[in-house]
Design a protein around this ligand. Structure first.
Ligand SMILES: [Fe+2]
Length: 183
């Protein structure tokens, strides 16, 4: 690894070493990173690289070789931690896009607890970038993206229930990010 994991280049290298075999997940990740770059005016200047790095790495927990709990935000965060990644990056991945709601459904709240969830323009911008991007990298408007997830995962499933509960939190984060970009 030539660059630090909290830089866009270092993060892209690590993601690129894990995700390409996953096909759509890799397409999704590349687009989320692009969206994050576009959304970077919504965060302080000295945090823009971290935002883009977190976008590259948010879904690495889906890589089969990282699978531990089967809950991708946690598996991704633990892997980054094992690589000595900066704490803030680890916690952003652990908490991307309302992960705590799905942790509740999966009985993994205790496992997620060591990672602090920041309440910040940066996490809002990460939610905004992820929820504006479909599963194969399509450009989605927020409401359509939520609907797409609710259709893809059947009612009663952990993801379906978690997204239903997380919806107000995610919507508010997206609104804040949008307002910062417009303002
Ligand atoms: Fe994602």
């Amino acid at each position: 690894m030539s660059s630090s994991l909290d830089t866009p280049q270092g993060a892209a290298e690590l993601a690129g070493s894990l995700l390409p075999p996953l096909g759509n997940r890799w397409l999704h990740t590349q687009t989320v990173a692009e969206r994050a770059r576009e959304a970077s005016p919504a965060v302080p200047e000295d945090e823009r690289d971290l935002l883009v790095a977190a976008a590259w790495l948010h879904d690495i927990g889906y890589a089969p070789e990282l699978r531990e709990t089967g809950f991708h935000p946690l598996d991704g965060a633990r892997h980054l931690e094992s690589l000595g990644a900066p704490r803030r990056l680890v916690c952003l991945v652990a908490h991307h896009s309302g992960a705590v709601y799905e942790a509740e459904q999966r009985g993994l709240v205790t496992e997620l607890e060591p990672y602090e969830r920041e309440d910040s323009p940066l996490l809002d911008a990460l939610v905004y970038s992820d929820t504006a991007t479909g599963p194969a990298g399509q450009c989605f408007e927020f409401g359509r993206r939520i609907d797409e997830i609710l259709v893809r995962y059947e009612p009663g499933s952990e993801v379906h229930t978690a997204i239903s509960k997380a919806h107000p939190y995610l919507g508010a984060a997206v609104e804040r990010a949008r307002a910062r970009l417009d303002g």
